[in-house]
Ligand binder design. Structure first.
Ligand SMILES: Cc1cc2nc3c(=O)[nH]c(=O)nc-3n(C[C@H](O)[C@H](O)[C@H](O)COP(=O)(O)OP(=O)(O)OC[C@H]3O[C@@H](n4cnc5c(N)ncnc54)[C@H](O)[C@@H]3O)c2cc1C
Length: 507
């Protein structure tokens, strides 16, 4: 199979590149080894950065975030909640940092407004009464799953071929050019080898591993971060600590929950997402200093992600991005670093380079063309609001005739599961979950996993046990550090799934 451009990696960057190139009329194929958002795009806080977090230490990244924040709000409002953000200092924080922050935001063009401590408490009543200073910024909450899916849908509508569950496993290089790429396809449907003109390596934390297939290197610092999901929404704003970026600085309201993050430690491998007990304790302790009520809330899940960082790793590393072209292999472009917030800009720069190499003069359109519907659908009905938020442009085509609720925590209808299965990308229970949010709520799939599985068996004739075990294994990792009410609920789940159904859930 021949393609002008082969894109490796179906996170935000790869999906953004596929959309950008397809809109410019370039023939391209995107391959993702897992499901879309299998990497860092599914393992982050979902914070649409205002740029404030990076203003002091990383002004380039701060300006990129500020610009892209505005672009994403205009092209993809369906997956963004305009929560706004607060940066708050506590008495133990260096008071001069707040002044430096103000000056740096001005320089990097990050909009902000100062609130008095009283105004801050009025806006966000759960904040600590110890807050000494508060700056309001344009942070938001963004749903990475619907953002990436919308890029994939748009890329396909513009002519790109996009396949998940297809891994690139090898490359043949002749005379400094990748001439053939080997593929392992879990879905069936594409040949085992691809002949590309240009290869774009957007493999995130795996960028070096993919480069090695062509005999090149893209040395990156791999850095793991942990996050906690708390039941319910406990703040209106994204709340950040007004200090030099550190661990446990961020609280993000997200759909039905609140996400606490994050930490930073060297990762041993791209999939080293393990969350330790110490991370859990640290995140609760540090975020509760800003919002004391978090100490009493229930942690429903933990998860982690791995950042590929330029110039080593750690808090000091830049959050900007780089495009790397190893001169030993002229048609391989690697891209790494950046943020979810800046994925579109990264995609634009890579696509410009690809077009230059192909001799095409088409210009980028992704900053102007809406990804999903503007605000239409909002307010039509309560279920329309929910569907637009989840499915973007394709919300209106979701058949809601079978309105039986499959997942009570997230109000997912049977019709939604059916529609996702018909669309063809969802092979596993976890794939259905990422698209519908079934299993992402309070009970973490206790109730809905079996119902979704039944629909998958009816519709796709799948073997239920491997799929359920894969789903439960993934959920289990996130439930390892639960305690209190969540632990009691977890024990009930294990009793039912292991005792009643004998499905191999760990006791
Ligand atoms: C802990 C943490 C918190 C973060 N919080 C935020 C935040 O709140 N806001 C923000 O803006 N940014 C945040 N980020 C950064 C953001 O998540 C990343 O910058 C962004 O998601 C990177 O997207 P990507 O597409 O480049 O990489 P990824 O999402 O990692 O995608 C790379 C993809 O390549 C695929 N792949 C790898 N090898 C192969 C192969 N051989 N064949 C086929 N496919 C392959 C992988 O499966 C993966 O899906 C955070 C990151 C971390 C780790």
């Amino acid at each position: 199979m021949r393609t002008d451009v082969l894109i490796i990696g179906g996170g935000a960057t790869g999906a953004g590149i596929a959309r950008d190139l397809a809109l410019r009329g370039v023939n391209c194929l995107l391959l993702e080894m897992g499901d879309f958002c299998h990497g860092a795009s599914g393992g982050n806080h979902g914070l649409l950065h205002s740029g404030g977090r990076y203003a002091v230490k990383d002004p380039t990244s701060a300006s990129e975030c500020a610009l892209e924040n505005a672009v994403l709000r205009s092209i993809a409002p369906f997956c963004i909640e305009d929560t706004g953000g607060l940066f708050v200092s506590l008495p133990e924080d260096d008071p001069s940092f707040a002044d430096t922050f103000v000056g740096s935001c001005r320089k990097a063009n990050v909009p902000f407004e100062e609130l008095t401590a009283k105004e801050a408490l009025r806006s966000e009543p759960e904040l600590s009464s110890r807050v000494t200073r508060c700056l309001k910024v344009n942070d938001g909450s963004i749903d990475p799953f619907s953002l990436v899916q919308a890029n994939v849908d748009d890329a396909r509508s513009a002519g790109a071929k996009v396949l998940n569950h297809c891994a690139v496993t090898g490359m043949t290089v002749e005379n400094g050019t990748v001439v053939e790429v080997e593929v392992r396809d879990r879905r069936g449907g594409i040949p085992a080898s691809i002949v590309p003109e240009i290869v774009v390596n957007a493999a995130g934390a795996w960028v070096d591993e993919v480069a090695k297939l062509a005999g090149c290197r893209v040395p990156m610092g791999l850095d793991q971060g942990s996050m906690l999901v708390m039941d319910g929404r406990h703040c209106r704003y994204v709340v950040n600590r007004l200090r030099s970026p550190s661990n446990g600085d961020i609280i993000v309201p997200n759909h039905t929950s609140t996400i606490l993050g994050t930490t930073s430690r060297p990762a041993g491998a791209p999939n080293d997402v393990t969350v330790s007990r110490e991370d859990v304790d640290l995140l609760v302790r540090e975020t509760a200093a800003m919002m004391p009520s978090l100490r009493e809330r229930r942690t429903i899940r933990t998860y982690g992600g791995v950042r590929p960082l330029l110039g080593g790793g750690g808090r000091g590393a830049s959050r900007s991005f780089a495009m790397l072209n190893d001169e030993r292999v002229g048609n391989l472009i690697s891209v790494a670093g950046g943020k979810l917030t800046t994925y579109r800009l990264m995609a634009e720069k890579v696509s410009d380079r690809v077009c230059e190499m192909l001799g095409s003069s088409s210009n980028c359109r992704t900053h102007k063309e809406a990804l999903g519907p503007p605000a239409n659908g909002k307010g039509d009905s309560i279920s329309a609001v929910r569907l637009v938020r989840k499915y973007g442009r394709s919300a209106s085509s979701v058949d809601t005739t079978d309105a039986r609720v499959v997942c009570s925590c997230e109000q997912v209808l049977r019709s939604e599961v059916t529609a996702v299965l018909k669309a063809g990308d969802a092979l596993t229970l976890a794939d259905v979950m990422r698209r519908t949010r079934a299993g992402m709520g309070y009970c973490q799939g206790f109730d809905c996993a079996l119902s979704v599985l039944e629909i998958m068996m009816e519709q796709n004739g799948i073997d239920p046990v491997p799929s359920l075990n894969e789903f439960l294994g993934e959920r289990e990792r996130g439930l390892e550090h639960t305690s209190g009410d969540q632990l009691r609920q977890e024990m009930l789940r294990r009793h039912v799934l292991n005792g009643v159904y004998g499905l191999g859930v760990r006791e």
